[in-house]
Each structure stands twice: as structure tokens, then as C-alpha cells.
Design a protein around this ligand. Structure first.
Ligand SMILES: C[S@@+](CC[C@H](N)C(=O)[O-])C[C@H]1O[C@@H](n2cnc3c(N)ncnc32)[C@H](O)[C@@H]1O
Length: 353
């Protein structure tokens, strides 16, 4: 039994069942035993591999898309270049390398990183050097034009889950059975915040909500609306969540989310409609599949250029990485990209105009 499982069992025994969001929060960010608090889980030797870990092309293209937005918006003399949940920092490192040749961009951009994990902050410092400011929340971002990227950040935020009943919704909870954590359903209650889901669900359907995503999106939108800038958000999910999407991953395999609290990654699919709504009417570029987005940004041309210097196994790995990022049966379709800019800003690169 993991140390966090013992803590959760004591907590549930003392105060009763906890919501899935409370369970995720404890598992991911418990100050002593949380998954992100205690480890660097990324990469082939870890539990999961993200797009910027697969290929440098991902961060390069996103960096160039943000630099293009900065140029299109008049190259403001000072701006924030921010990333949410940078992991080991490869996306920002590749973005900075790719944009070195954009005149004035690096002089204008202050780098701000929102990161909850002390372990990953240390890795990011090694990857990026000291030339960045680390913060806990988007509320601390400066009052400047904001150029922001977030890859697989929102899927790590805790979700609540509800099953539709005949006269309301039953929240999914984690309680105890024979002294071990077990999933259960709370009593049915009417929930006004889910009224908009009455039209597209029937009894028995499961929906998820992600309360912590709302203030994050509101803070981003506040700055872009007031000062300009752009946000590009990439994650797995869809326009509107439906179904139980909570998943646990360990050593690149799916596992039971209750089996080893604090020692497996827990995520849920992202509801992009909810993110766009939390941005409060800020114009958003249409949600686009990752594969289409990267092709529009020129990933195939970049892959061909990089491939010219490769042969044998490194070339095979490079071709596989391009396929993994873009192919509909790999990350190309399940991952989506949402862009935010001011209403009258020039369109963001990679999105349909
Ligand atoms: C799945 S990893 C993605 C890492 C990176 N973006 C990448 O693509 O390689 C999630 C990242 O978000 C961070 N994170 C998770 N929850 C967070 C929170 N509530 N506040 C700030 N950072 C958080 C994690 O520590 C980690 O850096």
C-alpha cells in the first residue's frame, strides 16, 4: 500500500467519501506524497512521453507560431512568453532556439513558467538556465502582452464526475470498502451548473467538470484582452466531454486509477468548450486536431530538412516521431489545439481563418 493510500484511507474514514477531484488533487499534488511533488515522471524511462519529448519539431513550431503572432501584433517592446506546466522544459527550450533569428523577439520576451512541482522546477532550471521566473499560478503573470503555450497541462487538473440520474446527478466519489479505496456514487442532487448538459445526455451518462481550469483561462483571457497576445493550448480531449475519461498511466501502460495513489499519473480528457467559455467570449481560433495544426505550421517540411542529416536508426526514429505527432491513429486526432487572441488580432498560424 502506498503512503498516500494510507493517508487517504485515514482521511476517508474520518470525514467520509471524497470527490474524484479531491482524489486527483491529493494523488497529483499532495505536498509529501503527490505524484508530481515527488518525481520527474516524463520520458521513456518514466511513465509517459509528451509531444515535445518526442521531437524538437513540436516546440520549434509552437515557438515560431507565437513569435509570428508577436510580429503580427506589432512586435510589442515588452511581452510575456509563458508556459503552463513545462514538464522537463523541452518545449520552451526548442521554442527559444527556433526563434533566435526573429529580430527583437528575445529582447522583448520575459519568460514566465507556471509549475507546481518542485522536482520539475529544478529540471526546468537545468534545461533553461536561470533566465525565467517560476510562479505557482497564472494570477501572478505580469500585466503585459501575453504569448502563452500549454501542452498537456489542463489534463492534469482535477475533474469532478457525475452520472445523470432520473431527477438530478450522482457525483462519483471515492469511499472505502473492506478498508480499501473504492469508487461509489453519491445521492442524486439537482446541479444547476450541469443544466446545459440535460439536452445532450440521458440517464446513465457520465459528464465531467474541471473547476480549476476556469480561473486559469480567465487570467489568460484578462491579459490578452487588455494587452494583446495569444495563447495556444494543446491537450487530449474534445469540444464537449462525455463519459468517464479518468485514466492512470504507469510505465507507459494504463492502470487502475485507485491502485497506487501518488505513484501513477492521473489525467482526464479536456473539455475545450469549457475552456473557451472560461475565456469569457475572447475570440478563439477554432479547435483544430493536432495533426492538422502541425501540418499547417510546416512540420513535414521541417521533418524533411532535419531528416537530410540523418540515416539508419536515428532517421527511422525521426520518421516515427513525425508520424506519432501527426497521424490520425496516433496523436494527430485525439490531441486538439485551441488558440486565443483578441477579436481583431490577425489570425493565429496553424488555425483555419
Ligand atoms: C503531463 S505534464 C506536461 C509537461 C510538458 N508540458 C510537456 O508537454 O512535456 C504536466 C505538467 O503540469 C504540471 N502541473 C500539474 N498540475 C499543475 C498545477 N496545478 N499547477 C501548475 N503546474 C501543474 C506538472 O508538474 C507538469 O510539469
Amino acid at each position: 500500500m502506498t503512503p498516500l493510500a494510507k493517508h487517504l484511507i485515514r482521511r476517508i474514514a474520518a470525514t467520509g467519501p471524497i470527490t474524484i477531484a479531491e482524489y486527483m488533487q491529493e494523488c497529483l499534488l499532495h505536498p509529501e506524497h503527490g505524484y508530481y511533488t515527488t518525481r520527474d515522471p516524463l520520458g521513456t524511462a518514466g511513465d509517459f512521453t509528451t509531444a515535445p519529448e518526442i521531437s524538437q519539431m513540436f516546440g520549434e513550431l509552437l515557438g515560431l507560431a507565437l513569435a509570428q503572432a508577436w510580429l503580427d501584433q506589432g512586435a510589442p517592446k515588452k511581452c510575456t512568453l509563458a508556459e503552463l506546466g513545462p514538464g522537463r522544459g523541452p518545449l520552451m527550450a526548442d521554442a527559444l532556439r527556433a526563434t533566435r533569428g526573429v529580430p527583437g523577439f528575445h529582447d522583448a520576451a520575459e519568460i514566465w513558467l507556471v509549475e507546481a512541482s518542485p522536482v520539475l522546477r529544478r529540471v526546468q532550471q537545468e534545461t533553461l538556465g536561470g533566465n525565467a521566473t517560476w510562479i505557482d499560478s497564472t494570477a501572478e503573470l505580469p500585466d503585459l502582452p501575453l504569448f502563452l503555450v500549454a501542452n498537456e497541462f489542463f489534463d492534469a487538473l482535477p475533474v469532478r464526475q457525475f452520472t445523470r440520474a432520473d431527477n438530478g446527478w450522482r457525483e462519483h466519489v471515492v469511499g472505502l470498502q473492506d478498508g480499501a479505496p473504492r469508487k461509489g456514487l453519491a445521492a442524486s442532487l439537482p446541479i444547476a451548473a450541469l443544466d446545459h448538459r440535460l439536452g445532450d445526455t440521458t440517464p446513465g451518462d457520465v459528464v465531467e467538470t474541471c473547476a480549476p481550469a476556469k480561473p486559469v483561462m480567465a487570467e489568460i483571457a484578462l491579459r490578452i484582452r487588455a494587452r494583446g497576445g495569444a495563447a495556444i493550448i494543446i491537450d487530449y480531449g474534445d469540444w464537449r466531454s462525455q463519459g468517464d475519461t479518468l485514466q492512470a498511466v504507469s510505465a507507459h501502460e494504463f492502470t487502475d486509477p485507485l491502485a497506487a495513489p501518488g505513484q501513477t499519473d492521473l489525467t482526464a480528457h479536456v473539455d475545450f468548450e469549457a475552456l473557451a467559455q472560461a475565456a469569457g467570449g475572447l475570440s478563439h481560433s477554432r479547435m483544430t486536431p493536432q495533426g492538422v495544426f502541425l501540418e499547417r505550421l510546416g512540420i513535414t517540411q521541417r521533418a524533411e530538412t532535419l531528416g537530410k542529416n540523418l540515416s539508419g536508426a536515428p532517421l527511422d526514429a525521426h520518421i516515427a516521431a513525425h508520424r506519432r505527432l501527426t497521424h490520425p491513429e496516433e496523436m494527430g486526432t485525439i490531441f486538439k489545439v485551441l488558440g486565443l487572441t483578441q477579436d481583431d488580432a490577425p489570425p493565429l498560424a496553424g488555425f483555419d481563418t
